[in-house]
Design a protein around this ligand. Structure first.
Ligand code: RP5
Length: 168
């Protein structure tokens, strides 16, 4: 919902294989909100709700989704299966796991077969997933591109402000 009570269609779908993934994925949502990008956060499990996965992927374009961020842990098939079912760009977020610390998630997501790519960020790297989604949307939106550039300029400035060596 926008400030004037009109319904704003999400342009980025943030999907998690389980609600237990939300503490990580909410960082993507926060970054998308900071960059002014309408989004939605849903549970869609490749293994527990496969029909919901297919339905989401098949309807996403018509619903106005332009980029999908998908996070899953362990046998993390959600991003790859979404990528198999939609031509939209899919960004995979490997969720940290208790036993293997997310290395299982990372390898499951990054090792896609030739022909069906998933852009994979670092383990737990939900914020970068959101920034990458914004950069993709920025190809067609000057306003989003400007907000990404401003974010980067602020980031640069805060690094410079926090260093005590003024020689550089
Ligand atoms: C994956 O299994 C989910 O993405 C989650 O990271 C992991 C554990 O899920 P829960 O057992 O916490 O629901 O499908």
């Amino acid at each position: 919902m926008s400030k004037n009570n009109t319904v704003v269609r999400a342009s980025v779908g943030v999907l998690g294989g389980s609600k237990s993934d939300f503490p990580i994925l909410e960082k993507a949502v926060a970054m998308l909100n900071e960059l002014g990008i309408p989004n939605e956060l849903l549970v869609v499990s490749a293994h527990r709700t496969p029909d919901r996965l297919f339905a989401y992927a098949e309807q996403a374009i018509d619903r106005g989704i332009q980029v999908i961020i998908a996070g899953a842990g362990g046998a993390a098939h959600l991003p790859g299966m979404l990528a198999a079912k939609t031509p939209l760009p899919v960004i995979g977020v490997p969720i940290p796991t208790e036993n293997l610390r997310g290395l299982d998630s990372l390898l499951s997501i990054v090792q896609m077969p030739r022909g069906i790519p998933v852009a994979t960020v670092a383990i737990g790297g939900a914020e970068n997933a959101a920034i990458l989604a914004a950069q993709i949307l920025g190809l067609r939106s000057a306003a989003i591109r400007q907000r990404v550039e401003q974010f980067r300029a602020n980031q640069t400035q805060s690094v410079l402000d926090s260093q005590d060596d003024a020689r550089l």
